[in-house]
Design a protein around this ligand. Structure first.
Ligand code: ATP
Ligand code: MG
Length: 447
């Protein structure tokens, strides 16, 4: 018997036809109408390949891919999807699916894709992407690179500022990698995700029984990062009480675990980032001035992508190569008209947005020359008022449509980063989630 394939589709007739095609190719096929049963079979005995529909009852193909990536990363997966949901196919490949097939397809296309997937060595996914670099030779990026070179080897606290997606975390990782602490932990902490009441215990740890819910001793992030670097991301979102607690440890380098009267000293380097302009937060009274001084010893401000269009060519080349390697696609060439097309865009999501549109193009185009039409961009001005429809439309319904459209664009721009999207829209995350439910907006339907 040949290699074993797990085949999943909730359409019984198609399932039978595909099974026959694979069997006549000498492959062994276990077919399933229910993705959950298929997953159980994969867990019991990993096959050489999983081929699955995307839209199914019980479990979507995307959930299946995500689960497989986690539990059985060595098992490759191909997804089948209708042409109308090509963005879902892109999302699937991003999640780690090896390839996708657009329905309807010829049986020969199907067996060809299966054979290719079986012939390729196990994908290494993100690992193959290599060490990330900070790309750009514009004067402003050169200045940033110089500054990184100057402070990386020191223990200096650094405040990294810049709009969303400009590379703040990347810079923090570079600073750590180039420091004497490189072989010690680099621990990112999302300050906006830690509730005010838990901040102290998360950062400094707690002793058993020190508060309701403290069932055991727990080391804090400071202890976990000992000898290394703590990256305080979104520090501008820190609540006032948490700011006070952070100030204390930055002032004298000691802290107390919650419930423990003794002080502990620590050797941790602090890097912080924010996409707000922290000086303005200080002026508005939302951020403590004394804490700002402690953090802002060295300031690195990353320029928005639209202010360094001369870096686009190098960035595009670098990212195309990275995504080609990741998805085993390419080689690509870049139509000069594409660069002009990209240079005309405002890039509210900066390099992350560029990554999103290029990864999509790599997945869909597979190889060859990339033209402007291969890289559609969200249009610049979101708040245009739509034409009046011919019939009567109640105002509240129209407002809903506009709202839904704005939410879609914010999500597309931010690559479905809920915090960023909520920020762009000027609403809270809870409010955004409420509206996602209201408009039935789900990531899997929209890539
Ligand atoms: N100059 C650059 N060269 C290469 N890749 C970059 C560059 N800047 C950013 N990137 C890439 O863009 C993506 C977003 O960068 P990063 O996560 O560091 O942004 P950020 O400023 O922390 O954004 P946010 O404020 O949304 O958290 C990452 O995948 C990063 O590797
Ligand atoms: Mg970040």
């Amino acid at each position: 018997m040949g290699q074993r394939i797990v085949l999943i589709d909730d359409e019984a007739r198609l399932l039978r036809a595909l099974k026959r095609a694979l069997e006549s190719d000498g492959l062994e096929v276990a077919e399933f109408l229910d993705p959950r049963q298929a997953l159980a079979a994969v867990r019991a005995s990993p096959p050489a390949l999983v081929v699955s529909d995307i839209r199914m009852e019980g479990m979507s193909g995307l959930d299946l891919v995500a689960t497989l990536r986690q539990e059985r990363p060595e098992v490759p997966c191909i997804l089948m999807t209708a042409y109308s949901s090509v963005e879902t196919a892109v999302a699937a490949v991003r999640l780690g699916a090896k390839d996708y097939l657009l329905k309807p397809f010829e049986l020969a296309e199907f067996t060809g894709a299966v054979r290719r997937a079986l012939a390729q060595p196990a994908a290494t996914g993100d690992e193959a992407a290599g060490d990330p670099r900070l790309v750009g030779r514009s004067p402003r990026m050169r200045a940033v690179l110089d500054l990184i070179g100057a402070v990386a080897g020191t223990d200096s606290t650094v405040l990294i500022q810049g709009e969303s997606g400009t590379g703040k975390e990347l810079v923090a990782r570079l600073l750590h990698r180039r420091s004497a602490r490189a072989d010690r932990p680099f621990l990112p902490v999302n300050c906006s995700a830690i509730p005010e009441t838990l901040f102290e215990s998360e950062l400094f740890g707690h002793q058993k029984g020190s508060f309701t819910g403290a069932v055991g001793d727990k080391p804090g992030l400071y202890q976990e990062a000992e000898g290394g670097t703590l990256f305080l991301d979104e520090i501008g979102d820190l609540a006032p009480a948490s700011q006070a607690k952070l100030l204390r440890v930055l002032q004298d380098g000691t802290f107390k675990r919650v419930g423990d009267p003794r002080s502990t000293t620590s050797d941790v380097r602090i890097l912080a980032a924010t996409n707000r302009v922290l000086r303005e937060e200080v002026e508005a009274g939302r951020f403590r001035e004394d804490l700002w001084y402690r953090i802002n010893v060295v300031e690195i401000t990353l320029p928005p992508l639209r202010e360094r269009a001369e870096d686009l060519g190098e960035l595009v080349g670098y990212l195309l190569e990275r995504f080609s390697r990741k998805h085993r696609r390419g080689p690509f060439t870049v139509d000069p008209a594409l660069l002009a097309h990209l240079a005309g865009h405002a890039w509210p999501g900066n390099v992350r947005e560029l990554e999103n549109v290029l990864e999509r193009a790599v997945i869909l185009k597979r190889s060859g020359a990339l033209h402007p039409e291969d890289v559609p961009l969200a249009r610049g001005k979101p708040a245009t008022v739509p034409e009046l429809p011919p019939g009567l439309l109640p105002l509240d319904q129209t407002m809903d449509q506009i709202e839904e459209e704005l939410i879609r664009r914010a999500l597309a721009t931010t690559g479905w980063n809920y915090s960023r999207a909520a920020e762009l829209l000027g609403v809270t995350r809870q409010n955004l989630h409420y509206k996602l439910k209201k408009y039935h907006l789900r990531k899997e339907n929209h890539g």
